[in-house]
Design a protein around this ligand. Sequence first.
Ligand SMILES: [Zn+2]
Length: 461
Amino acid sequence: MSAKNYFSNPVLNATPADLVEQQTRLLQEARLREQIKYCHDNSDFYREKFQQAGAAPGDIVTMDDLRALPVMMQKDDERTSAEESLDRDGHPFGRHLCAPVEELFLTGTTSGTTGMPTFTYTFTKKDVEIISRGLGHRLAFNGVTKGDRVLFIFALGIYATSMTLWGIRGLGALPIDVDARAGSELMLRFGDLSRPDYLMCTPSLASHLADKAPDIIGKPVGDLGLKGMMLTGEVGVSIPEVKAELEEQYGCRAYDYWAPAGHAHAITCDSEVYHGMHGTSPDLCTSFHDLVDPDSKEPVAIEDGVVGEMVITSLERQAAPLIKYAYGDIVQIFTDPCPACGFPGRRIKLIGRADDMLIVKGVNIYPAAIKEIVSSFAPRVSGQMRIVLSEPPPRVVPPLQIKLEHGEDTRQDDLPGLGEAIAGALHDQLKIRPVFEWVAPGSLEKSTRKTQVFEKAYEQS
Ligand SMILES: [Zn+2]
């Protein structure tokens, strides 16, 4: 990895490290002005939003102007926009669609686990060309190259993850795309047969496949000879014990990556210690530069280590560009160069989803933060846990109840003391003192998609 290939944009790679921030801002601002004018000219949804905000497109010249604009979209607005375009225009892509519908080339939806799926991942051919370069670059950042085979296991077809296949193909690598709904047996048999160089899936699926491999293909996953695995879809690789266990099982590096709504392309670097996902295409959206408070939606000033809800504004999008979309991802942003690889751009760590946020005695708590602390007690705990909610979130009447798997070799007598130690650590770091219900290892199911973090007891009563 040469220092000059950090970014998908050649201009940024040619920029000295101490000037990357400045050059990024210039690129972003030039594209921002064009993107906003384009959206305003081509969508009555955006014309209304600008009117409501009391701003004209020409007012938004700098990144500071953008940050000062109110949030224009949240999930419900996107869904309403889609319902309105279904009624009015006969398509589900939303009134914020800015390109003619016959120009659409690829579409993908969110999972639709909560409400009507939205076609957030809708692209023209030009969009796909630009995004594939960004998506492919991230994989190349960690060594994926022409001729590599990439075992790619997600829910495929209409789902957003299929977008990444274009990035793999763009590199000249070959995706072996197996639908995650095929079941462990097929996934592992194809994994064994196709001799992949890389694996891409969710961290919980990678862990599940590692458990099942000896029974199904007669060997541990370490014998697949992978050069690396790129994992996404849930908090996992950022938890040191999860990363270390997966790397031990597979005998290769576990990388964390994402592209929420097809934006904010980012991936971790080749480092034993997790230093956040590196934003490799900052010229394609402004997400690492625009945060709000998840409750008030007021702007949060960005400094190294700050936490807030990421706001997406597209740059260079034709089909369904997003402007000031608070997408629900709570992130921590790092502005200093990466201590491991020297990456001079911004890095991001996913803290959780705004929908997952709990409020315990007025403190905002994210399940991922709990899981990170609980997992640090491995192998005395397995790391699998569920937060049991007796009332609908986000407010929780203390104490928070957590169902927790103990480790294989943990004795029953040790559980009270272990519970005390974990509760103490959670109190020190998050100011909560939960109560635990211990369950045997393996009793909480690992999902082949996204593992549920909550047990909604209030729905069962
Ligand atoms: Zn790095």
